[in-house]
Design a protein around this ligand. Structure first.
Ligand code: NAG
Ligand code: NAG
Ligand code: NAG
Length: 379
């Protein structure tokens, strides 16, 4: 019986995914829901397409070479050698790259706005980076009000360069944040993984849930939420933690207790989102993109995604060589002694913390072409 029920559920999920695949194929801009619309993104350096370098000029390493070298052939403020996950998603939908909220010259927000700022946390804890999640959602509210006022005028500029009112309602709201809260607990405050689980995770989950509800009050109905990647496989975390007391690794070489924190947080977030979806009947689509599992699978079998087994736990751009090529005082983009690997495509990690263009591309192929690593909440 249990098995039959399980099969029925599986069937429903497959029907749902299949329907989405068909819609995806009908037009490039229909996933995870129909009409051509906009992306409003909230997050940290894993999504920042240029906000931090505007807010804090000449400060972030992403403003320096070799950041951007693979795809843009110049630094753009993205913490990668090339494009980020949000860039690949925008392209799949047929949009230009989503412009940062702090863009100064000729911004075009027709297809949405990116509010993500490198270093951002969910909680108000990192004093040098005031753009924590509630501030980003406030920026969104301010932006939306300005656009609504502008749309009441007869400005041609308005019509061409800002989202329509429908786009605010039908747009996809991407939230991808939480890793900095966890890393700050572990490394800035030297908390044990178990303490981060107990103390930090509930605040992160509550903060993301509140952001979803705040955006929903502003008419947002479609959410694409990314979970926290397997932090225990990141070269930076490996380099910092493997000399410490919580150094037990799994057979891939990732730190068990650090991954357990991310895994626990992701499960708690999922529970909270299920609860929100249950109560907010007019939320249309709520999908979790499971970056955690994809990263682990890619670490398990790098070659199946085009990555090199010997480089799977190493930063492409860094210092120190094996095993992680990560040494905090000599970091990518800050110190010329940090060298760049010759084939970034063979690496998952660009600088020890952030992903390569190739990794982000593979992940977006998985979620948007194959419909893998997606969890539709309440579907
Ligand atoms: C964030 O925290 C700082 C320090 O506690 C406080 O001064 C500031 O008002 C807080 N900001 C917001 C928007 O709550
Ligand atoms: C825009 O115009 C409508 C209809 O004239 C009006 O009800 C609304 O308050 C205006 N909104 C803004 C933001 O000015
Ligand atoms: C790993 O952690 C244990 C304690 O859990 C400690 O005794 C050992 O020294 C650590 N190993 C390294 C290489 O630091």
């Amino acid at each position: 019986m249990a098995n039959l029920a399980y099969q029925a559920v599986l069937f429903l999920v497959l029907v749902f995914l299949l329907r989405e695949v068909i819609r995806l194929n009908e037009a490039s801009n229909t996933f995870p829901h129909s009409p051509p619309t906009a992306i409003f993104a909230f997050g940290d350096s894993l999504s920042d397409t240029g906000n931090a370098i505007q807010a804090f000029p000449f400060y972030a390493s992403s403003e320096n070479s070799p950041y951007g070298s693979t795809f843009f052939h110049a630094p753009t403020g993205r913490f990668s050698d090339g494009r980020l996950i949000i860039d690949f998603i925008a392209s799949k939908w047929g949009f230009p790259f989503i412009e940062p909220y702090f863009k100064d010259v000729f911004p075009n927000y027709k297809h949405g706005v990116n509010f993500a700022v490198a270093g951002a946390t969910v909680q108000n804890i990192t004093e040098p980076i005031p753009f924590f999640l509630p501030m980003q959602t406030d920026h969104f509210v301010r932006f939306k009000r300005s656009v609504y006022a502008l749309l009441n005028t007869t400005s041609r500029y308005a019509a061409l360069h800002v989202p329509t009112k429908e786009a605010f309602r039908d747009g996809t709201y991407m939230i991808f944040i939480g890793i900095n809260d966890i890393l700050s607990g572990l490394f800035d405050h030297d908390l044990a993984p178990s303490v981060v689980k107990e103390k930090t995770v509930p605040l992160v989950v509550a903060g993301i849930s509140k952001a979803v509800q705040d955006l929903h009050k502003e008419e947002a109905k479609n959410f694409l939420i990314f979970n926290v990647p397997a932090v225990g496989c990141m070269p930076m975390v490996l380099a910092m933690a493997s000399q410490g007391p919580f150094n037990s690794t799994d057979k891939m070489g990732c730190l068990k207790e650090y991954n357990a924190v991310a895994d626990f947080g992701n499960k708690e977030l999922e529970k909270s989102l299920i609860n929100i979806k249950k109560h907010e009947k007019d939320i249309n689509v709520m999908v979790i993109a499971d970056l955690y599992s994809f990263y682990l699978d890619a670490i398990k079998s790098p070659a199946s995604y085009g990555f090199k087994e010997s480089e799977k736990l190493k930063a492409c751009c860094g210092y120190g060589g094996d095993p992680f090529n990560y040494f905090p005082p000599i970091s990518c983009g800050k110190d010329p002694a940090a060298k760049t690997c010759s084939k970034p495509r063979e690496y998952m990690s660009w600088d020890g913390i952030h992903f390569t263009d190739a990794f982000s591309q593979k992940f977006v192929e998985e979620i948007m072409e194959k419909m893998h690593y997606l969890k539709a909440i309440g579907a």
